[in-house]
Design a protein around this ligand. Structure first.
Ligand code: GDP
Ligand code: IMO
Ligand code: MG
Length: 424
């Protein structure tokens, strides 16, 4: 099995968790490389529902090594909560979880700053998850961050004193918020370090050893291409590279370690938070997608905005990431529709655009041009092969492939592991 990246092609929540969980069976290790606890990856196993924020979605399979790479930002309290919660449900977490010593730590001050900055933005808010992601990556870039390795190093107290002093200046001076106490943060970080010590490792070295011994890896993207810091709808994006490049910077593996890239997209589109969304539907069809698709954030519970499949954005994401194939999820949500639309181009003033413009104000002006397809009007959940799909569903998938430019390799027809069909 070639090392495989599974990443979102839209604005996150494409169903990556479910796909990773199913594919994990075929790999030795599952590796997160960017993002943090802003991610919420849902996996349904029988009657049990798991929502994973930091731990790779391979954790539900025994014998799989789960790696949190250096590119991830870790809220240690959240990670400990996740480990403890999973253990209480009978999931074994020990040597099978490795956390990079180079990964940056999200401190309570980052969370406070995230919230304060959002409040200060008023109507222009990004709609972040409030998990401290932007401020933590900001400190990483500013070279003032704290890393997981620091949690278990003797210099922790001094580092915390310096970092807390700097962050308190911003919190109190810029936002009038209450300062944090450095001693309290030190005590907290020290206890987090003690808990996480068995897992904190040089994961780059570990991943290279795995690679050299012929073990296989599944890379688990968080968020989606349209939320990428460089290629997404800036500034309404997250603060990491959700696109393919993040796989390498977030692990220390070279591009030659990646065999194939699968891009996950819903059969329609959703977005949480602010920012342009050309195919958004503020009508009964959008409401149906939200209700039937259970479109409420797995991390924040916020309702997700819903709309038709945007093939311009998906094609752009496929190109940027060199995706080899599509994974289409949640097609069952469209089962009852009489007609289904796909946006194949944007009208932008007098021009026809087939590429996502860099400027969000221009993207907000884009009017979708749709192709319309008849619905299949029958439940797809129990379909067992591509050959058994109703003609209308096959035609819809063919249209997506044609518009996006790569074949559909996997189709997900329901949240459960078994509701999935593959095409070689
Ligand atoms: P992720 O962040 O990409 O892992 O996606 P989320 O877990 O945030 O959101 C996807 C939601 O859709 C979860 O509630 C999944 O259980 C659910 N889901 C995944 N695939 C399917 C599918 O094919 N059909 C339906 N109806 N639900 C699905
Ligand atoms: P998964 O991995 C959907 C969105 C937020 C906000 C923007 C910035 O579950 O697909 P941040 O907290 O990262 O600074 O917020 O990004 N966002 C997500 N939307 N799924 C996610 O993760 C997201 N992670 C962040 O809603 O618009
Ligand atoms: Mg999610």
């Amino acid at each position: 099995m070639e090392n495989t990246l599974v990443m979102g092609l839209q604005w996150g929540d494409e169903g990556k968790g479910k796909i990773i969980d199913v594919l994990a069976e075929d790999f030795d290790a599952v590796v997160r490389f960017q993002g943090g606890a802003n991610a919420g990856h849902t996996v349904i196993v029988g009657s049990e529902k798991y929502v994973l924020h930091l731990i790779p979605s391979g954790i539900l399979h025994s014998g799989k090594l789960c790696v949190i790479g250096n590119g991830v930002v870790i809220d240690a309290a959240e990670l400990i909560k996740e480990i403890t919660g999973l253990r209480l449900r009978g999931i074994v977490i020990g040597d099978n979880l490795a956390v990079s010593d180079r990964a940056h730590i999200v401190l309570p001050l980052h969370v406070a700053l995230d919230k304060a900055r959002e409040a200060a933005r008023g109507d222009g808010k990004i709609g972040t998850t409030g998990r401290g992601i932007g401020p933590c990556y900001g400190d990483k870039a500013a070279r003032t961050g704290l890393r997981a390795g620091d949690l278990v190093s003797p210099g922790l107290k001094d580092k915390i004193a310096q970092i807390v002093a700097g962050l308190n200046k911003q919190l109190t001076g810029l936002y009038g918020a209450a300062p944090c106490n450095a001693d309290e943060i030190f005590t907290l970080c020290q206890s987090h370090g003690e808990f996480l010590k068995p897992h904190i490792k040089d994961t780059t070295r570990l991943l290279h050893r795995l690679r050299d011994s012929g073990k296989t890896m599944l890379f688990e993207g968080a968020q989606g291409a349209m939320l990428d810091l460089d290629f997404g709808t800036y500034p309404f994006v997250t603060s990491s590279n959700t696109c393919v490049g993040g796989t390498f910077t977030g692990t220390g593996l070279p591009p030659s370690a990646l065999g194939r890239t699968l891009g996950v997209a819903k059969a329609y589109c959703t977005r949480v938070g602010s920012g342009p969304f050309p195919t958004e539907l503020n009508d009964s069809i959008g409401a149906m997608m939200q209700t039937k698709g259970g479109e409420f954030g797995a991390t924040t519970g916020r309702p997700r905005r819903c709309g038709w499949f945007d093939a311009v954005a998906a094609r752009y994401a496929v190109k940027i990431n060199g995706a080899d194939g599509l994974v289409i999820t949640k097609i069952d949500v469209l089962d009852e529709l009489e007609a289904i639309k796909v946006c194949t181009a944007y009208e932008l003033g007098d021009e026809l655009a087939d590429w996502v413009p860099a400027d969000v104000e221009r993207l907000a002006e884009c009017k979708p041009i749709y192709r319309e397809f008849p619905g299949w009007r029958t439940p797809l959940r129990n379909v067992k092969s591509f050959a058994d799909l109703p003609d209308a569903a096959s035609a819809y998938l063919r249209a997506l492939e044609e518009a996006v430019g790569v074949p559909v390799k996997i189709l997900s027809l329901g949240p459960e592991r078994s509701s999935l069909i593959r095409r070689s």
